[in-house]
Design a protein around this ligand. Structure first.
Ligand code: HPA
Length: 277
């Protein structure tokens, strides 16, 4: 099952028929929004709004663990996230799509793992995740390929086919927010190799990977990052760009689901092999 996480400006999947809204509680609290099962062509997907309906969760308060755990309970094993970003790389223009392939983490105070060793919540089930939690294991997952190569490759075909302006790689820097960055911070991130900046990619990707899910993110450049355009950044600019992109996002999702093979051939499901201490 494929789960879709909608970021700023994307609070529901208007293009698709909603079949069911599921309210769920998890051992990690309440997810950001009800989960909506939607039909897209001949497939079903599960959608969640990252910031909640009405945009009530700022980036540092999004219940990332609850969202991913709710996905797990509903059988999601592949996650596609749609996120607005600011661009640092001068080749990336507002409106471009970026299939990020690596991450820099500058967050400060977020729950970033399910595996808390002796403090883990022991949860039922028979799979590897449940076993590690029940046994209170310490787990270090590999982060050398956090973003699913199979989903990224299919998504590149989709963007090419739809003749959209896109980039097949990029380093995503995740800042704590909720304020936008300073120009000096952006210069620092640029020196460290960051191409785009956002506030929600981490720990979302890592939590999905800890649950053995595939995860990939389609980032949409909403604005040049602080100090690059030389003007003040506003949330209005970000949301308005995302609204303009809504129709394209609908087309992308439809085409992506048509093309994505049912079989996972990426190896993301093996991430827990050898990860426990
Ligand atoms: N910085 C951080 N997050 C963002 C930005 C930005 O410039 N644009 C959209 N999300």
């Amino acid at each position: 099952m494929i789960g879709i996480i909608g970021g700023s400006g994307l609070y529901k999947l208007d293009a698709f028929k909603a079949l069911e809204r599921i309210e769920i509680r998890t051992p990690f609290g309440e997810p950001s929004s009800p989960l909506v099962v939607a039909r897209v062509g001949d497939k079903e997907v599960i959608f969640i709004s990252r910031h909640g309906e009405g945009h009530i969760y700022p980036p540092h308060k999004v219940p990332y663990r609850a969202n991913l755990w709710a996905f797990r309970e509903l059988g999601v094993n592949r996650v596609l996230a749609i996120s607005a970003v600011g661009s640092i790389n001068r080749r990336f223009r507002p409106g471009d799509f970026v299939l990020i392939d690596d991450l820099l983490d500058f967050t400060k105070k977020r729950e970033n793992t399910f595996y808390e060793g002796k403090y883990s919540i022991p949860l039922g089930g028979e799979d590897k995740v449940s076993k590690l939690l029940k046994e209170g294991k310490v787990v270090h997952i590999d982060s050398s390929q956090l973003f699913c190569p199979q989903i990224r490759a299919v998504m590149a075909e989709v963007l090419e086919n739809l003749k959209l302006s896109y980039h097949t790689s990029g380093v995503y820097a995740c800042t704590e927010g909720p304020r936008f960055e300073t120009p000096a911070e952006i210069r620092m991130i640029e020196k460290m190799g960051g191409d785009v900046v956002g506030m929600t990619g981490y720990p979302e990707v890592v939590l999905a990977r800890e649950l053995t899910m595939c995860y990939a993110s389609v980032c949409i450049v909403a604005n040049p990052a602080a100090g690059i355009a030389g003007y003040r950044l506003t949330s209005d600019e970000v949301i308005s760009l995302m609204k303009q992109k809504e129709e394209e996002i609908g087309k992308i999702i439809l085409e992506f689901l048509k093309r994505l093979p049912d079989k996972r051939s990426c190896g993301c499901d093996n991430i827990l092999e050898g990860a426990e201490v």
